[in-house]
Design a binder for this molecule. Sequence first.
Ligand SMILES: Nc1ncnc2c1ncn2[C@@H]1O[C@H](COP(=O)(O)OP(=O)(O)OP(=O)(O)O)[C@@H](O)[C@H]1O
Ligand SMILES: [Mg+2]
Length: 466
Amino acid sequence: MSFKILVVDDEESVGLGISRWLIKDGYQTTWVKSGEEALERLTREDFHLIFLDLFLPGLSGIPLLERIKKEFPDILVIVLTAYGDVHMAVQAMKMGAFDYLTKSSDMEELRLVARKALETKQLHREVKVLRAEIDRHYEAMTLVGNSQQIQEVNFLIKKISQIDQCTVLIVGESGTGKELVARTIHRQSSRAANPFIDISCSALPNPLMESELFGFERGAFTDAKSRKLGLVELADGGTLFLDEIGTLDLAMQAKLLRFLEQRSFRRIGGVKDIPVNISVIAATNNDLGKMVEEGTFRHDLYYRLNVFLIRVPPLRQRKEDIPLLVQYFINKFNHDFHKNIQGIHPEAQKMLVDYDYPGNIRELKNIIERAMIMEEGNMITVHSLDFFRTMRPNGQTLRQVAAADEFQGECKTEAKLKLEELERHYILEVLRETGGNKAQAALILGIARSTLFKKIKEYQLNDYLQ
Ligand SMILES: Nc1ncnc2c1ncn2[C@@H]1O[C@H](COP(=O)(O)OP(=O)(O)OP(=O)(O)O)[C@@H](O)[C@H]1O
Ligand SMILES: [Mg+2]
């Protein structure tokens, strides 16, 4: 990326001299003569660094620096002071200038300071990117599995990774590995060293989503005290992963479509289009085709995303992958928990293969994790899967068990669960489905929140919730 530098100096020999010198190092430079001109340029264009003469006619250096720091806090400023005017330089540094040069500094010093400032800038950007990623608990970097279906997914990943600036749609049930597919595409692509930014479209109300994605200019709305860069900008050069895309409302869908078609965007309150070079990967467990029919998803956005579709199959359709996955997770948790479990007893393995996994790989992973915590010996046995046996009778989801029981009007059907057990399982199931959201779970269960809290405690369900 080419950095842009603004030089503000009323003396042509200095301003132009600095600009020309810096161009040689590959920077794009602009020279302006006054503070007013500088502000005007800054609102129209993005700069990374400013060289600012503190002695300007009209709006002079210090008040100008104050405005720049307030309105464009991301831009670094190096001030130019008269020889020996340390007092002024100190004041500028206190106000947030990155560094200062005196007019007697030589050009080599100037280059050095510019380079240092821009390296710092790059670091700031990387820190931001890392922060954006810090919450993700991410483990596997490859798709484990040998089934025909997973081989096809791996083949598609390989193909699409070779395309620059791709747009991909990943669909599949919850826990099948959609995010893992997205990260693998990024990792296998030429963008691997650049940011992978993920955002869940359901995490934020749509108006906030827009500012999170595209950022805003200072003054775009009441609280916009300074410019904020959006995730799209942070992802420049890398990949943007839009998870749960089916939850975007129609207005936001239109904005996203515009962005996908032009690969440029406007910050909220901004007037210019900013181009970015990013790959976009969207994922959903909704049936977008159906949503298009129902009018809740734009058909044009659907077709734009659907150009390259990857369907991640549910685990129950590729049971032959289960033993491999089990071994993979055993190795992983051996590492995480400093354990040395060698494998799984055939009987226990059969139990795992026979089960249907409504929560897909995430569920299998959780089961192995828990079994490994419980296991004292060096093999996972049927015994260490006791919790799983009672939780998941006959491989049905607990909702199905509950529904079947209701239908038959008694509580000792296939699973022969006691009423109390059934309640416990059902609550756990709903809590899992709502991602642990107790308010929502209480609503679905039709009980008061306080009752739910009591039951969670009584049945010791907290241990089962991540
Ligand atoms: N083929 C696989 N090999 C190894 N680990 C996998 C595989 N598929 C998924 N996982 C692991 O399973 C867990 C769930 O996967 P992931 O978060 O990618 O699913 P998802 O489809 O995005 O789920 P959701 O729809 O709930 O967001 C993760 O810990 C992931 O690393
Ligand atoms: Mg996901």
